[in-house]
Ligand binder design. Structure first.
Ligand code: SF4
Length: 473
């Protein structure tokens, strides 16, 4: 018998081979560092959305080992439907091996409406496939489905101190998209049955490898391609790269021979890779850049968090809220390298304290460098908008930022190896850790704060190293 959940149906919808690999070769998946964080975000949004229509009952049940107890959830759902509960969360159904849990099942218009909750800010076509699958299961269980909706986060919502769920969430009627997807369900289920009964299916790569979700089996499915290849070219669009792939032109040699690449940067990339020329350095551009820098010279890096549900007044969903920075600086030519840093208390709004310290740490009219300056500049502009009394100083800092977005020049420097750090190795880990600190025991809290400070310090130290190296290029 075919066993599917709604998430497995969506995997099949994106690519049948993905479902097969999930089932039989999951170890081939590339590591996804952000998966847990996404999961936590989904849970937070899902929990909050339960209260969207007021009173509700939740039928989630777990076994002793922590896994979901599906038969019990189905039993409780039947019971609550009989009691005519107005909203049932995680309402569960099973039909011939097909299982689904509806995020919110709401009694309306003489039947039941499905509300699928997503932590995204826009409705994607895969959501319609997801809801169509749920509708199919429910209708085959004898439920009259009178509405199909997707609940997403309203990206334009600004938290004013009182959380209003009806403003935080957008509800979209997806009847049309679901009707279209419903027509494909039986055929998709037959495909699933065939795919899962056989060996690894032969499916070529295609646009679906990156959309709606980036597939974790990309490296496995492209393992026969020479590396580097057309998909590694600088700023080549995925569709363009795919077109070359389908034309049979994927290796750098083949691309050159076929005259497929016109872009100067991409041509240089190919030339350097084929002729083993190491790292390209445009000396004139570097000298011109260095001439724009002056002492005292500052190296700034922020760490930020992105909350799907804003909790600080004046912030939007997913706004990047800075909570930490590292600042290396050199006062004069040949001067000592000094360091300042800031890490907010986890819990309260970190922005005011950070903005004040930033103004105290960086005087006006000094040269500041940042790695990928657009990010730091936008954060500072947001701080200036939030705190008008600091705005003049903040905007002065912002206007003096120069971009140090340059190629990695230190592949082998152990001092700059983020893997040697404890606990926090990248911005995503920093973003996940910071909001958790407020709930930690003192010793754990101290370790977490120390790890965050070390990580952020390394970011600006790397910038200092880049700058030092550029001076002798
Ligand atoms: S990489 Fe592409 S072809 Fe391979 S499983 Fe994923 S979506 Fe399918």
């Amino acid at each position: 018998m075919l066993y599917l959940s709604k998430s497995r149906y969506c995997r099949l919808w994106q690519c049948p081979k993905m479902l097969w690999l999930d089932t039989y070769r999951p170890e081939l998946k590339a590591q996804d560092d952000a998966k847990e964080a996404r999961f936590a975000v989904g849970n937070e949004v899902g929990d909050l959305a339960m209260g969207l229509f007021g009173d509700f009952v939740e039928v989630t049940a777990k076994k002793e080992d922590g896994r979901l107890d599906l038969p019990e959830m189905i039993r409780r759902t039947e019971e609550e439907m009989k009691k005519r509960a107005p909203v049932i969360c995680e309402a569960s159904f099973s039909f011939g091996g097909l299982y689904c849990a509806v995020d919110l099942l709401k009694k309306e218009n003489g039947g039941w409406a499905i509300y699928e909750v997503k932590s995204a800010t826009h409705v994607s076509s895969v959501y319609c496939a997801d809801v169509a699958y749920q509708k199919y299961v429910l209708e085959n269980c004898g439920v009259k489905v009178t509405g199909v909706y997707v609940v997403t986060i309203n990206g334009g919502y600004v938290f004013d101190g009182t959380r209003r769920l009806d403003e935080l969430f957008n509800i979209t009627d997806v009847s049309d998209g679901v009707a279209e997807e419903t027509m494909k369900i039986e055929a998709n289920l037959r495909t699933a049955e065939q795919v899962l009964a056989g060996g690894e299916p032969t499916v070529d790569i295609g646009e679906y490898c990156k959309s709606p979700y980036e597939c974790e089996y990309w490296d496995y499915c492209t393992r026969a391609l020479q590396r580097p290849n057309v998909f590694d070219l600088y700023r080549i669009g995925f569709k363009t790269a795919l077109k070359h792939y389908f034309d049979g032109v994927t290796s750098y040699d083949a691309l050159l021979a076929a005259g497929k690449v016109k872009n100067k940067t991409a041509l240089r990339q190919i030339d350097f890779a084929l002729n083993d020329r190491g790292t390209f350095a445009d000396r004139d551009a570097i000298r011109a850049f260095l001439d724009t820098l002056s002492y005292p010279l500052y190296f700034l890096d922020f760490e930020t968090m992105q909350l799907p549900v804003p909790k600080y007044v004046g912030t939007r969903p997913y706004q990047q809220v800075p909570f930490q920075y590292s600042l290396h600086y050199i006062e004069k030519e040949g001067g000592e390298l000094k360091h300042k840093e800031f890490l907010a208390e986890s819990g309260p709004d970190p922005r005011r304290a950070l903005a004040e310290r930033l103004c105290a740490d960086i005087p006006k009219d000094v040269c500041v460098t940042a790695y990928n300056k657009a990010f730091e500049c936008i954060r500072i502009k947001e701080l200036a908008a939030a705190f008008p009394d600091l705005s003049e100083h903040l905007l002065n800092i912002e206007s003096n930022i120069k971009d140090l977005l340059l190629p990695a020049l230190f592949p082998d420097d152990p001092q700059l190896n983020y893997h040697n750090l404890e606990g926090v190795h990248n911005g995503s880990e920093a973003m996940d850790l910071f909001p958790q600190i407020q709930f930690m025991e003192p010793a754990e809290k101290e370790t977490a704060r120390r790890n965050l400070l070390k990580y952020c310090e390394l970011d600006t130290l790397a910038m200092v190293k880049v700058w030092e190296k550029l001076k002798i290029v």
